[in-house]
Design a protein around this ligand. Structure first.
Ligand code: IFM
Length: 465
């Protein structure tokens, strides 16, 4: 193995979670209601009628969970703060108990040499503000700014890595467009675009507060997710088609990268959408672009799968459907490791910001075997293949600063309830007992070897206790 097959010594090896998916502690004495609490009560919305009321009981077990992170050797942990845990009504009165939880979590992480990477919004929108129109209300950016200020005041003496929002494509498109996530509304495309404009302003106001008010010098990013193309061959035409798939608007702007990232990084909407914005937004919307376009330090890329693309006859990207028997995760998502290479490349080419892979992982049919172990060779293979592809991007000159595996723990997978296990750590949802999966032990080896071990075939024995 040659030395340059290692990742840089300061590469950030992490794992990620989000508040509603793991925290539990959802009683009124603990926090205000979020839209997911209500959505889960609606018949037929969540597979098996599951809810995040208990989830992985992380609020009660965070000390144990940080010890498990340490066992995996994580350098960083990406988590989100639950807005109504901090401000039960979204604005106004602070819940000291709720804020205190994150205070203790951050201390516990730092005590164990794990860097906290904090996301302000991963979908648990306060019900009280939802009743006032949610993200469609033009005041929503001020609500989010107030919340940001509270978190910054409390934690910015110790937290230096910040994300404003996670995956607007999903919390607008799937939640408010398709209605499959909370709050389950089915808005028109125009309303989704109006909502997105407010969301982008919220991002900008929040980033400005972090930048100007943080006690410790902050590094700010955000973490969208969008479609990504993978060239079918390395011909210039196919590469360009895959690039177009990644940075074009396509048929559905809501799933694009550029609808969100062009405003944030350039202060403009993609050209094709400008006249639409003129029609649907308020007359002075261009003045908002300055607020939206704040200096950002890194681009958090959530990336799970990509589309194989070739140059079509009409010059448009031609998506090649997955073949029969294509490898898939338990969720049914195709396993396409090269998406990490090409996604990083195309997004860096356009936005020129260091890339951090802020989510990447797979759900798998994991269980505790007769010897008490959770063997998940598919996930080990997934990690190795995706990190190889990411390394290729770095060899090609793309500045990639870190990788966060999704997820640390098995958790509540939104409309799928507890039916998709994404964790490096198995959670028995009846007893809450945690078991490190073999992939967690493998990831430890990867971290310890600074990535070098991904080039060897995974050694099954080495991942046993
Ligand atoms: O669990 C989700 C996460 O909340 C956002 N990104 C994708 C993950 C897997 O679906």
């Amino acid at each position: 193995m040659s030395h340059n097959r290692k990742f840089p010594s300061d590469f950030v090896w992490g794992a990620a979670t989000s508040s509603y998916q793991i925290e539990g502690a959802a009683e009124p004495s603990q926090r205000g209601l979020c839209i997911w609490d209500e959505f889960c009560q609606q018949q037929g919305k969540i597979r098996g009628g599951d809810t995040g009321r208990v989830a992985s009981e992380h609020v009660d077990r965070y000390v144990e969970d940080v010890q498990l992170m340490k066992q995996i050797g994580l350098k960083a942990y990406r988590f989100s703060v639950c807005w109504p845990r901090v401000l039960p009504d979204g604005v106004g009165k602070i819940n000291a108990t709720g804020l205190g939880f994150y205070d203790r979590l951050v201390d516990e992480l730092l005590k164990n040499d794990i860097e906290p990477w904090l996301t302000l919004y991963h979908w648990d929108f306060p019900v009280s503000l939802h009743r006032k129109g949610g993200w469609l209300n033009p005041e929503s950016s001020d609500w989010f700014a107030e919340y940001t200020q509270v978190v910054v005041d409390k934690l910015s003496d110790r937290v230096s890595h910040w994300f404003t929002l996670n995956e607007p494509q999903v919390f607008i498109g799937i939640a408010h467009g398709l209605g499959e996530h909370a709050p389950g509304t089915k808005l028109s495309l125009d309303d989704q675009l109006r909502m997105n404009h407010n969301v982008l302003i919220a991002h900008g106001k929040s980033a400005k507060i972090i930048r100007t008010q943080a006690k410790k010098e902050p590094l700010i990013g955000w973490a969208p997710v969008g479609v990504c193309g993978i060239p079918a061959t390395e011909s210039i035409e196919d590469i360009d088609a895959a690039r177009q798939r990644t940075i074009g608007i396509g048929d559905d702007p809501i799933w694009s990268n550029t609808l969100y990232n062009d405003p944030v990084f350039f202060g403009t909407y993609p050209e094709q959408l400008e006249s639409k914005m003129d029609k649907i937004l308020h007359p002075n919307w261009r003045q908002d672009m300055e607020t939206i376009c704040q200096p950002i330090d890194f681009f958090g890329v959530n990336i799970y799968r990509g589309d194989l693309v070739r140059a079509g006859k009409d010059g448009k990207p031609d998506i090649i459907p997955p073949g029969v028997g294509t490898p898939r995760s338990d969720f049914g998502w195709e396993i396409t490791p090269d998406v990490l290479r090409w996604g990083s490349q195309f997004l860096f080419e356009r936005y020129q910001k260091p890339i951090v892979i802020t989510e990447n992982g797979m759900s798998n049919a994991d269980w505790v075997d007769l010897s008490g172990q959770v063997q998940d060779p598919q996930r080990i293979d997934y990690i190795a293949r995706h990190l190889r592809a990411l390394h290729q991007a770095m060899e090609d000159g793309i500045p990639v600063h870190g990788y966060f595996h999704w997820s640390l723990l098995d958790n509540f997978e939104w409309a799928e309830g507890y039916h998709q296990r994404f964790g490096l750590i198995y959670v028995d949802f009846v007893t809450q007992e945690r078991t490190l999966k073999s992939s967690a032990k493998y990831y430890r080896q990867v971290i310890d070897s600074c990535g070098e071990s991904i080039w060897a075939a995974p050694n099954r024995n080495a991942t046993k206790e």
